[in-house]
Ligand binder design. Structure first.
Ligand code: CMC
Length: 427
């Protein structure tokens, strides 16, 4: 392939430079297209558009590959922990022991919320969705931490990134506690990031909370698996909001709003609801038949993926984690048996084999989170907690890029052409 792309359009011939990354498809740099030709490109949903340079995450959907800073997700999930992956995402390299200790110390010292933020919670209805609370409280952080909102100062960006990563578990746990009417639990700095979150969620002041190591490990792994996923809708939202110079707390609140949608963060809830609807293993063939029936809109939730046409590498890790959590908690819920049998039947069914439909990350995550004790409304809040690392890393990468400009897509206008205003009496 040459290093330019030729375009013949509107009676003219044009050349545009090509760019290559370290992995993945080459791109045609059409930044000067409008200036040269007076035309725009048209790509609703951005299915063929690279919106930025990024060195954070690489996905090859055909091969089922997901890399963070070059490291395969399976290796990170197996050998690393969420704090180390967070350091990697923010700094580009795995930390030394001292660097990791310092990072964990810093995050731990930012876990408490400004005390006045408690009053925000009282303003919400008890049945408010945790994501409604997360949007509001995270956006409000910018009103409390003025000392770290100068986005042109790398030190400010670092502090606000640490604050967001550190405070997210506290904010999410408080949303849960508020919903069930239990007192808020203060962070315990002697615990791990994930252990502390479990305690703030499920602990009560009246007694000592014992973190179950297998549960802590499983949840930490779920956080790793959700830490970043390239330029998805919520990450692109954070970048677009940040491109105007908005402060990081406001940008992450925008990301949370986008993630809330059922097409993005809500799929694991849908998968779990489906499993509950199936109810017992004997009903599975009926649902598989429905999924295969062209006249029935029903689909197996948690199966198939827009990008992965091979095993979702995150699902591979999840599958293993299900067993560990079930065994540790001695779970006895029929929904788990349904999940296991459904997976096995679908993976051995020609329809799913031919169409390359594999379980995706959402098939298992809802099952595990439910076994741990999280209500379904909390699932997306947990996703937001973990994805905050990716959001702040992507936001930092964007602001540090000297070529960064405000994001401003164009459009294909299909409205009325110019017409004269008609006074109301004549309409
Ligand atoms: N159950 C039954 N058939 C399916 C399913 C499914 N879950 N998914 C795809 N198919 C069939 C579909 O009917 C189509 O058949 P045909 O070629 O005969 O028309 C073929 O497979 C290709 O489907 P598609 O919709 O064109 O594929 P896509 O890659 O555009 O869609 C998807 C991907 C995730 C929207 C789809 O697989 C789906 O709806 N899955 C269920 C919902 C789900 O689990 N979503 C979570 C995805 S993971 C989210 C994340 O990474 O954050």
């Amino acid at each position: 392939m040459g290093d330019t792309a030729k375009l013949t359009a509107g009676g003219g011939d044009y050349e545009f430079p090509m760019k290559s990354g370290t992995l993945g498809p080459d791109v045609v740099d059409i930044g000067k297209l409008y200036g040269k030709t007076g035309m725009f490109t048209y790509d609703p949903g951005f299915t063929s558009t690279a919106s930025c340079d990024s060195g954070l995450t690489f996905i090859d959907g055909e091969e089922g590959v997901l890399l963070h800073r070059g490291y395969p997700i399976g290796q990170l999930a197996e050998n690393s922990n969420f704090m180390e992956v967070s350091y990697l995402m923010l700094n580009g390299e795995l930390p030394s022991k001292d660097e990791l200790d310092n990072f964990e110390f810093t995050i731990t010292r930012h876990t408490m919320l400004h005390d006045q933020l408690r009053q925000f919670y009282q303003g919400f209805r008890r049945d408010a969705h945790p994501m409604a609370i997360m949007c509001g409280v995270v956006g409000a952080l910018s009103a409390f931490y003025h000392d770290s909102t100068d986005i042109s100062d790398p030190e400010h960006r670092k502090i606000s990134s640490h604050r967001l990563i550190a405070k997210m578990p506290t904010i999410a746990a408080m949303a849960y506690k508020y919903a069930i009417g239990q007192p808020f639990m203060q962070p315990d700095n002697s615990l791990s990031y994930t252990g502390n979150f479990l305690r703030m969620t499920f602990g009560v002041p009246a007694e000592q909370y014992e973190v179950v190591p297998e549960v802590e490990k499983a949840l930490d792994r779920i956080f790793i698996l959700h830490a970043d996923h390239e330029q998805n809708a919520s990450t692109s939202t954070v970048r677009l909001a940040g491109s105007s110079g908005a402060n990081p707390f406001a940008c992450i609140a925008a990301g949370i709003a986008c993630l809330w949608g059922p097409a993005h963060g809500g799929a694991n809830e849908a998968a779990l609801n489906m499993l509950r609807e199936i109810g017992t293993p004997d009903k599975i063939p009926e649902y598989i038949a429905r999924a295969k029936n062209k006249d029935d809109p029903f689909r197996l939730m948690g199966f198939g993926h827009r990008v992965y046409k091979n095993y979702d590498p995150r699902a591979t890790v999840m599958q293993k984690t299900v067993r560990e959590v079930f065994d540790a908690l001695k779970v006895n819920d029929p929904v788990f048996e349904v999940a296991l049998q459904l997976e096995e039947m679908a993976l051995n069914d020609d329809y799913f084999i031919e169409k390359k439909l594999f379980p995706n990350v959402d098939f298992y995550s809802g099952v595990i989170l439910s076994a741990i004790g999280f209500p379904t409304e909390m699932f997306t809040a947990l996703f937001a907690l973990a994805r905050t690392v990716g959001w702040v890393a992507q936001w930092n990468e964007m602001i540090s890029d000297p070529g960064q400009r405000i994001g401003r897509p164009r459009q294909l206008y299909t409205g009325p052409t110019t017409r004269d205003y008609v006074p109301i009496a004549q309409r």
